[in-house]
Structures are given as structure tokens and as C-alpha cells.
Unconditional design. Structure first.
Length: 584
């Protein structure tokens, strides 16, 4: 059904498919599972030896609801930094029949009363912990590096959905409305969960330093709406993390109207726009016009992936003969440059092969995929070297196709791809880490950040970081605890070597998701103490810390900003804004 490699690259975990769900291929594999009493195997990559990790459970399927909600490559088998294995599964009972009465089972099968997956944790010694309750249907989960588990559960008693954080044996409710749950969900490279629903912007949750509580914040996304209404805080329908360039992208749904003079009517179409939310960029990276079915139907089969400065997504097209006959559908891959917005289409030659894509996954420069070549009714696996595509090489150079050994047509669909890569060892270069770029925009009061030259010791960065101003902030916490400070509380989001910060000046600071951004017309100091080091212990450059001063846009008056349409700044503008309280 799907496979997952552990972080050390030593084992592959296989979740077996009963054959009951998804696309029916005519086979019932539950007898094999029943005979072995196992649907979750741990396989040693070096010698292919294997064992059953957990007898008597069926693993959660990655259905369309799961794929639409989970805005990343997380599967229902995950790991924490200590190598503990987490998975969502439901118990089954092994049933065996002895038809000839000789005392030996002739046929075994599986039986279970209801499909309500729970989250389990199994450590290296085989000790198992149950994370969730048996009256809560687990829809998805994500394991943070520190071992906390964030999951959405649908309560079978009161029929409400909630997002929870499991933390050292206790649980904390991250959502309070008891509605239908979240629209998108993912996690950063640190310990921060990221999610949102229809109208809440983007929300964050992060365990506190004691491991007994949680910090909360909301990123206001009003600057990404096209209505011009600053009070409207749209939510993306999906988010995409990219550790390579340290960015968090949001996919926003919008509508476009075009007047048709022939019919004297307005034609409406759905637009998907991709923005860089962290770091903030008000110019969309990409715009896609969808058909009348809208983004929901379109995205069911079209995950986004971002790597090496390109956005990848899949689209289904219809092939036609020279005489206009319909030759059926085929899938192409869009490869969109996020710097200059130029686009390359892959697998477009339907005269030689029409691919019905089953699965695809990016790893480094290589795009791996499985598909049915409908021109020959043979299943294939393929590799596309995207670096050769970007260099302008022909398809014969960048595309490798291999027929599946067991290909007998569409019935042999390859449902999952897991790329096995060697563990990367990063050596200490002995250089002092530096801040390569500060991500601060005058017009944006809701986020800022910085990128480092080296992988950092994140604990030293977070403890040595401060954002302060001359404004004296007063926080009134429950229990009569009042704190006054010049430092602004910060939600922290790590993506690769980039740290993003969500400032919060609200009364409860990071105690709830009500987040107040920076104050207009105010001088701020973003500082790093000299105790900050990289992951090898090398102190920040010069050992004296680093400081960035900036001023937010005024309440009224004028200010200027600048932007360019690509990374090289080929086209750039400087804008001078005359700002009054009621208009810009």
C-alpha cells in the first residue's frame, strides 16, 4: 500500500494492502495478511531480511481525503528524532478454518468490527504505546522531531473533529470550534505544526520549553488576497514547505471574471495562485486557471512539489488524432520556474506514449514516477533528470523509461514510490556561521526571518534571539501573572537553514491563536546573542552576535519599497506610497 524509509536509511517499513480499498484490481490480499497475521513489515535494506513490526493490525490508507489535507510527503508511518516508529492502524482478528478436521488450519482470513484507526508508537525495544483513543477516528497525524504527535481525530461520540497535540502522555486541544476539522496540515523541520481552515489564515502550534504546554500563533494572510480588502484574511487551500530554499508557500483559490462581448455576459473561472508566505512576497509565483470543477476536483489527483527553484504539478490532457478523433487522456508534468515564472511541460509527446500517472515523487534532481502507458497497456517506471531539463537537453537525454517486470496492464498499478537515498553526512568546515539574509519587508507586519550559512544549533539560536522596541508591552496571563517587557514574543518556524518568526503583541502573547503583528511606525531591533552556534559548535561570526534594525510602515505619511520580478533583478521598481488612514 505504501512504504517508508527510516531516517537512518537502514530499514523500509511496508504497509500491506488488503485489496479492498482504492482502485479494485480484482485481487483480495487479505488471505496472505490473515495467514501471516501481519500487515506491517520491517525490512532490513542491507540483506532484505524482515519481521512483523505489529501483528494483528491493518494500516491506514492514504485516500483522497488524506492526500488533500496533508500538505507534504508525510505518510501514516513516521519517526521522531530518537527513531521511534509511529503509525495509524486498526486491530483485526485472525480467523482460521480447518476444513478437513486434521487440526491444521487450511485457510486463514482477517475479521474486524469497525475501521477506527488509532496511533501507535513502537520503540527500538519493541515496547508499544497507544497514543489516541478508540472512539476517535484518526484522519492524519504528524510526529514532531521532539516526539510530540499532532493529529486530527473525528470523535465517534459527538461527531466533531479536532486537532490535538499528544505530549508526554497528555493531550492538548489545538482547535476549539468542534467543526469539520482543518483544510490543510503539515509540519516544519523543527517542532512546529502548521494548519488552517476556511477563514483563519495559517495557524501554528509549537511545544513549549518544558514539554508541558504549547505556544500558538496565526499568520495573517490578508496581504495575499486580490480583493484589496485588508480585513479579509483568506486561507490557502494548501501549503508547501521547501527546506531547500527555506520557504513556506501557500496555494490560494480566487475567481476571475471576464466580460464576453459576444454574449454580453461575464464568464467566471477559478484561479489558483501560489505565493511565498514565508518569507513574504506579495507577487504570486504562479497562477493556474482551472476548469469549471474547481480546485477540489483538480487537486484530488494533483499534488504540488517544489524543489531546486521549480514548482511541479500534474495535469490531465486529452489527445487527438490529426483527423480530430479522441485518443484518450494522458498526464503531463508542469515544471514552473519560481524566479522568472517560465514553464516547461514534460511527457507531452502523446504520439509515442500516453502516460496515466499512478504516483510520482521528487528526490533531489530526479523525478521518479510510475504510470500506465495506455498506448501499449504496459505499466512503466520512469526517471526524469530535472537538471538536464533545466539545461535545455532533449527528452532522450533526461527521460529514462523501464517496463515493470510484472506489467500485465492497468491491474499492476504501482501505488507508492519511496526513494532510497544514502544518509548524508555533513562535515564541519570550521567556518563561523553567518546570517546570509534577513527577510524583512516594510509592508509586512506579520512575519520576518533570517537565513544562515550553515545548519544551526537551533536551541542556541532560539535562546539567543530577541526582537525588541521602545514599546513597553504588558501581558496579562490567567492567574494574575502580569509581565512587562520590550521584547516581542515570537513563534518560530524552521525550514532548512532559515528561521521564520511570527511576532505576537496580543494580550496573551503566544497563549492562543489571536495574534497581533508589529506596530506601525515603530523602530525594531532583531538581535542574535554571541552564544549562537552552528550544529558543530562554531560561534556566530565575530562572536559578538548580529543585529538588524528596521522601521515598520507609518500610520500616515510616505514610505518606499522595492521589488523585482526575478532573482537577478532584471526588472525592478521602486514604489513611493502616500498613505492616509483610509486609503493607500
Amino acid at each position: 500500500m505504501y512504504s517508508v524509509t527510516d531516517p537512518a536509511g537502514e530499514y523500509v517499513y511496508l504497509a500491506l494492502d488488503t485489496g479492498w480499498w482504492g482502485t479494485w484490481d480484482g485481487n483480495d490480499y487479505s488471505q496472505f495478511i490473515g495467514e501471516a497475521n501481519c500487515a506491517l513489515y520491517k525490512v532490513n535494506i542491507s540483506d532484505s531480511s524482515y519481521s512483523c513490526l505489529h501483528e494483528g493490525v491493518l494500516l491506514q490508507d492514504m485516500d483522497q481525503s488524506y492526500m488533500q489535507s496533508v500538505s507534504g510527503n508525510q505518510k501514516p508511518i513516521q519517526f521522531d528524532e530518537d527513531g521511534n516508529v509511529f503509525y495509524a492502524a486498526t486491530p483485526f482478528e485472525q480467523m482460521c478454518d480447518d476444513y478437513d478436521g486434521d487440526g491444521v488450519s487450511d485457510y486463514c482470513y482477517i475479521n474486524f468490527s469497525s475501521w477506527i484507526p488509532q496511533i501507535y508508537r513502537t520503540d527500538s525495544a519493541g515496547t508499544r504505546t497507544t497514543i489516541s483513543q478508540d472512539n476517535t477516528f484518526i484522519e492524519f497525524f504528524s510526529v514532531l522531531h521532539s516526539g510530540e504527535v499532532v493529529f486530527q481525530g473525528y470523535n465517534q461520540t459527538d461527531f466533531t473533529a479536532a486537532l490535538w497535540m499528544w505530549q508526554n502522555g497528555s493531550v492538548i486541544n489545538l482547535t476549539q470550534d468542534g467543526g469539520w476539522g482543518v483544510n490543510f496540515f503539515t509540519a516544519d523541520d523543527g517542532n512546529t505544526a502548521i494548519w488552517g481552515d476556511w477563514d483563519s489564515g495559517v495557524q501554528f502550534a509549537r511545544p513549549d520549553e518544558t514539554g508541558q504546554g504549547v505556544y500558538l500563533a496565526t499568520l495573517n494572510t490578508a496581504l495575499f488576497n486580490s480583493t484589496g480588502n485588508s480585513s479579509y484574511n483568506p486561507s490557502p487551500v494548501r501549503v508547501i514547505t521547501n527546506s531547500e530554499n527555506g520557504s513556506l508557500y501557500g496555494v490560494f483559490e480566487d475567481w476571475q471574471s471576464t466580460y464576453n462581448p459576444d454574449t454580453d455576459t461575464w464568464d467566471y473561472s477559478t484561479i489558483l495562485s501560489v505565493y511565498s508566505m514565508l518569507p513574504f512576497d506579495p507577487i504570486p509565483k504562479a497562477k493556474m486557471t482551472l476548469d469549471e470543477n474547481g480546485w477540489w476536483a483538480w487537486m484530488e489527483e494533483t499534488p504540488f512539489q517544489i524543489a531546486n527553484g521549480y514548482l511541479y504539478y500534474k495535469e490531465t490532457k486529452t489527445a487527438y488524432s490529426g483527423g480530430g478523433a479522441n485518443l484518450g487522456n494522458y498526464d503531463v508534468i508542469h515544471m514552473l520556474n519560481l524566479d522568472d515564472r517560465s514553464e516547461i511541460l514534460l511527457l507531452t509527446d502523446y504520439t509515442s506514449a500516453k502516460y496515466d500517472m499512478y504516483n510520482w515523487r521528487l528526490s533531489g534532481n530526479i523525478l521518479y514516477f510510475s504510470a500506465l502507458n495506455t498506448s501499449t497497456n504496459i505499466v512503466v517506471t520512469g526517471k526524469i533528470d530535472t537538471s538536464l531539463v533545466a539545461a535545455g537537453e532533449p527528452e532522450s537525454a533526461y527521460l529514462t523509461i523501464q517496463e515493470s517486470a510484472s506489467a500485465v496492464g492497468a491491474a499492476s498499478a504501482i501505488k507508492d514510490i519511496e526513494v532510497l537515498v544514502p544518509t548524508t553526512v555533513i562535515n564541519d568546515d570550521g567556518l563561523a556561521p553567518t546570517v546570509t539574509e534577513y527577510h524583512i519587508n516594510t509592508e509586512n507586519l506579520y512575519s520576518l526571518g533570517m537565513s544562515f550559512s550553515e545548519p544551526m544549533d537551533r536551541t542556541t539560536v532560539e535562546s539567543g534571539l530577541s526582537l525588541s522596541s521602545n514599546e513597553l508591552l504588558t501581558f496579562n496571563f490567567p492567574g494574575g501573572n502580569t509581565v512587562q517587557t520590550n521584547d516581542v514574543p515570537l513563534m518560530k518556524v524552521w525550514l532548512g537553514n532559515t528561521l521564520h518568526l511570527i511576532p505576537d503583541r496580543s494580550a496573551l502573547a503566544l497563549g492562543d491563536t489571536t495574534t497581533t503583528g508589529l506596530k506601525k511606525g515603530t523602530d525594531y531591533t532583531l538581535a542574535l546573542a554571541g552564544t549562537v552556534t552552528d550544529s558543530f559548535g562554531n560561534a556566530l561570526y565575530s562572536g559578538a552576535g548580529d543585529t538588524e534594525l528596521f522601521t515598520t510602515l507609518p500610520d500616515m505619511g510616505w514610505y518606499y519599497s522595492a521589488f523585482s520580478n526575478d532573482a537577478s533583478g532584471t526588472f525592478s521598481m521602486t514604489l513611493i506610497h502616500i498613505y492616509e488612514p483610509t486609503r493607500l
